[in-house]
Design a protein around this ligand. Structure first.
Ligand code: ATP
Ligand code: MG
Ligand code: MG
Length: 531
C-alpha cells in the first residue's frame, strides 16, 4: 500500500501511513469547539501528532467551527489548553471558518457544474426518501434556480432560504446511503463565535472537511473507522471540485466500559448537575482524568500502546490506570494515613514519653523524592481493620520495629484500645503482620479520601438507550482519615501514596481547620470497586 515512498520512517506501529514521505506528511486534528476534550479526542490528537513528527512533517490543529449553535470561545480556549497539557502543539492553528468564503465559492461552482441542488423537502420526508432511495422532487431544479436560492435566499437567511438546504447530487439510490445526495449546506441564524452574523448558512462537516483538508495541504486525514461509509463521499467532493485528493487513514475509535465519550452526552451531565463541571473526576475528559490522577505520560503511553488498532472494543479503564501506576509508583512520595472511623489507640508502655521526630526518605527506593519527618510517640493510632490482635502476639510497626501486644480491650467485635510494648530487638522477618501506625499527637492532619464509581451502570449504552435509566445512584464515596504531618504541605495536583492504602491525588490542599481532600487514583487492580 506504500508504493512510491522514498524514505519512510519505520514507526513502532505495525502499519505505516501509506505513501508517506519523510518531511512531507501533513496531518490535522480537527476538534469541533463544542465541548472539552475527552480521552477519545486525545487518542486522535496523539496519533496525528505522532505521525506528523515521526515523518518530520507538520501537524495542523484545526477548529472545525461550522455549527454556531454548539460552539463557544470557552471550548476553543479549553481545547488549546488541554492539548498543551498533553504536550501537543500544532505547527499551525487554523479554523474552518477562515474558509467560509472559499467554501461558498466552491459550492457555487458545484451548482454551476450541475452537481448540487437546493432542496426544501421537509426533513422527515427527506429522511424517508433517503432511506428508501427515492429522488427528491427538487433534484432536477435548474442551475439558475439553484443559484438564485443558494446565493440569495440561503445566503441571506430569508424565510425561503431557511426552508432550503444544499445537497450534493451524487446518487440518490446508491447502496452506500452516505452517497444518497448528502446535505452540504444549511442555514443557521445563530451568530457565529468568530464570524458573527456575516454568514447565515454554514457548510456541513461532510463538505467542509474534504475541502479544507485539501486546501490546507493535508496529506493524510486520520479518521475513526466508524465513518468508513463516508469515505467515498469525502473522495467524491474532492474529485467533483478538482481538489487535490487526500489519503484517508482510519483508526479504531476509543471506547471504555460504562463511559460516555460524546461531548453532547457529557454536556447533558453538566447541564443536569449530575457532575460538578467538565473537569469532574468521574468524567472521561482530559481534565477529568487528570484530576483523578492520570498523568500525561500514562495517557500517552496508553494511546501509543493501542496504536492504530482498528478494533472497536469496549476497553476497561484498568488498562490505562495500570499503565499510569507504572509512571507514578517510582516517584510518588509515601506517607501514612489511618482510617479515622474506629481508629484504635495503642499505648506503647515503654515508648518515648515525649514525642521524638526523625527525618526519613519519602520513598524508600528513590532518595530523589526527598525527605519527610516521622514522629514517634507512646500513643499511636492503627486501623480498626488491623487491630484484631491477640494478647502476647508480636507484630511489626512499619519503619519502626516489633511490638508485643499485652492487652486488647474490645466492645463486641470492635477493638477499643490496645496496650503493647516495643520490642525493637525483635526480628521483623519473623512477624506476619506489618501494620501502619500514626503517632497520636496534635500534628496529625485530617483528610477526606474520595473514591468514585462510573456514572452509568451499563457497560455499553446503545443509541436508543435512555441515559437516565442507567445512572449509577451513588458515584462518590468519602472516608475520613488522619494523615501524618507532612501531608499538610502538599499542594493541589500532588500525587502521593498512603502506604498500604494506595495512590491519591491532592484535590484540595490542607488548610488550618479544613480537611485536605484527596482522590483515590485507581491502580488498575480492581475493575470497579463498587460495581
Ligand atoms: P464527540 O461526539 O465527542 O463530539 P466528535 O468526533 O464529534 O466527538 P470532534 O471534535 O469532531 O468530536 O472530533 C475531533 C476528532 O476526534 C475527530 O477526528 C474524531 O474522529 C476524533 N474522536 C472523537 N471521539 C473519538 C474517540 N472516541 N476515539 C477516537 N477518536 C475520536
Ligand atoms: Mg464532530
Ligand atoms: Mg460527535
Amino acid at each position: 500500500a506504500s508504493g512510491g515512498k522514498k524514505e519512510t520512517h519505520k514507526a513502532s506501529f505495525e502499519i505505516d501511513l501509506p505513501g508517506a514521505e519523510m518531511g512531507k506528511v501533513v496531518t490535522r486534528f480537527p476538534p469541533e469547539p463544542s465541548g472539552y476534550l475527552h480521552v477519545g479526542h486525545a487518542k486522535a490528537a496523539v496519533l496525528n501528532e505522532y505521525f506528523a513528527h515521526a515523518y518530520k512533517g507538520k501537524l495542523i490543529i484545526r477548529f472545525d467551527d461550522t455549527n454556531p449553535t454548539k460552539e463557544k470561545v470557552e471550548f476553543q480556549d479549553s481545547i488549546i489548553e488541554d492539548l498543551a497539557l498533553l504536550g501537543i502543539k500544532g505547527d499551525q492553528v487554523t479554523y474552518s471558518s477562515d474558509y467560509f468564503q472559499k467554501m461558498y465559492e466552491l459550492a457555487v461552482d458545484l451548482i454551476k457544474a450541475g452537481k448540487a441542488y437546493c432542496d426544501d423537502t421537509p426533513s422527515e420526508k427527506m429522511r424517508e426518501e433517503r432511506m428508501v432511495g427515492d429522488p427528491s422532487g427538487r433534484r432536477e431544479r435548474s442551475i439558475e434556480e439553484n443559484l438564485q436560492i443558494f446565493t440569495e435566499e440561503m445566503k441571506n437567511g430569508t424565510a425561503e432560504g431557511l426552508k432550503n438546504c444544499l445537497r450534493a447530487k451524487i446518487d440518490y439510490k446508491a447502496l452506500n446511503k452516505a452517497l444518497r445526495d448528502p446535505v452540504i449546506y444549511r442555514c443557521n441564524l445563530t451568530p457565529h463565535h468568530r464570524t458573527g452574523t456575516e454568514w447565515k448558512m454554514y457548510p456541513i462537516y461532510d463538505f467542509c472537511v474534504p475541502v479544507v483538508d485539501s486546501i490546507e495541504g493535508v496529506t493524510h486525514a486520520l479518521r475513526t473507522n466508524e465513518y468508513r461509509d463516508r469515505n467515498p463521499q469525502y473522495e467524491w467532493i474532492q474529485a467533483a471540485l478538482n481538489l487535490r485528493p487526500v489519503a484517508i487513514w482510519d483508526f479504531g475509535r476509543l471506547n471504555f466500559v460504562r463511559t460516555l465519550l460524546s461531548k453532547r452526552k457529557l454536556q447533558w451531565f453538566v447541564d443536569k448537575n449530575y457532575v460538578g463541571n467538565w473537569d469532574d473526576p468521574r468524567f472521561p475528559t482530559v481534565r477529568g482524568v487528570r484530576r483523578r490522577g492520570m498523568t500525561v505520560e500514562g495517557l500517552r503511553n496508553f494511546i501509543i500502546s493501542q496504536g492504530p488498532s482498528r478494533n472497536i472494543i469496549n476497553l476497561d479503564w484498568s488498562v490505562v490506570w495500570a499503565l499510569n501506576k507504572k509512571i507514578i509508583d517510582p516517584v510518588a512520595p509515601r506517607f501514612t494515613a489511618v482510617d479515622a472511623h474506629l481508629a484504635v489507640p495503642v499505648k506503647l508502655l515503654n515508648g518515648p514519653k515525649t514525642p521524638e521526630s526523625e527525618t526519613k526518605p519519602k520513598h524508600k527506593k528513590n532518595p530523589e523524592v526527598g525527605d519527610k519527618t516521622v514522629i514517634y510517640a507512646d500513643q499511636v493510632l492503627i486501623d480498626q481493620a488491623d487491630a484484631d490482635l491477640a494478647e502476647g502476639e508480636e507484630v511489626t510497626f512499619m519503619d519502626w520495629g516489633n511490638v508485643i501486644v499485652s492487652k486488647v480491650t474490645k466492645e463486641g467485635d470492635v477493638v477499643k484500645s490496645i496496650e503493647a510494648n516495643l520490642h525493637l530487638e525483635g526480628d521483623f522477618r519473623k512477624t506476619s503482620k506489618k501494620l501502619t501506625w500514626l503517632a497520636d499527637t496534635k500534628d496529625k492532619i485530617p483528610v477526606d479520601l474520595v473514591d468514585f464509581d462510573h456514572l452509568i451502570t451499563k457497560d455499553k449504552l446503545e443509541e436508543e438507550d435512555n441515559v437516565e435509566d442507567f445512572l449509577t445512584p451513588t458515584t462518590e464515596f468519602h472516608s475520613n482519615a488522619l494523615a501524618d504531618l507532612n501531608v499538610a504541605k502538599l499542594k493541589a495536583g500532588d500525587i502521593i501514596q498512603f502506604e498500604r492504602k494506595g495512590y491519591y491525588r491532592v484535590d484540595v490542599p490542607y488548610e488550618e481547620g479544613k480537611k485536605a481532600v484527596l482522590f483515590t487514583i485507581p491502580d488498575g487492580k480492581q475493575v470497579s470497586r463498587y460495581g
